[in-house]
Design a protein. Structure first.
Length: 122
């Protein structure tokens, strides 16, 4: 897609996503560097803010927008609702007819000798 200055940028979503990312990364830094905490460990975290926001805004202007979890759940529910009637009418999940029994299936007569005719081996 081409650049379009009229496309909206989801600023609130970008800020919320970066805040979640920053909180998780700060916890990781606290756990890994608990014996040697310094301000420079968190400097890279604060420098990632303008990079993340700027790159997200640039992608939004080009038309990229990730789907939210709400959108993904709605799509999967819609697909499940569309498939539900077809499963009930077909009789099976594949929609194919059941194959005829063969001598290898348990529905036909068995060619194996029964244990009653033979004595028990000990």
């Amino acid at each position: 897609m081409a650049w379009d200055a009229r496309r909206p940028v989801p600023w609130r979503r970008l800020l919320r996503e970066w805040a979640i990312y920053a909180a998780i990364l700060a916890l990781v830094i606290l756990i890994i560097r608990r014996d040697n905490l310094q301000a420079k460990n968190f400097l890279w975290l604060t420098l990632s803010f303008p990079v993340y926001i700027g790159f997200g805004a640039l992608l939004a202007k080009f038309g990229y927008q990730r789907k939210t979890l709400k959108d993904l759940r709605a799509e999967s529910a819609l697909r499940a609702a569309e498939q539900q009637p077809t499963r009930a009418t077909a009789g099976s999940s594949t929609g194919r007819a059941k194959p005829a029994p063969t001598k290898r299936t348990s529905t036909g007569p068995s060619n194996r000798p029964s244990n009653r005719t033979k004595g028990k081996r000990r």
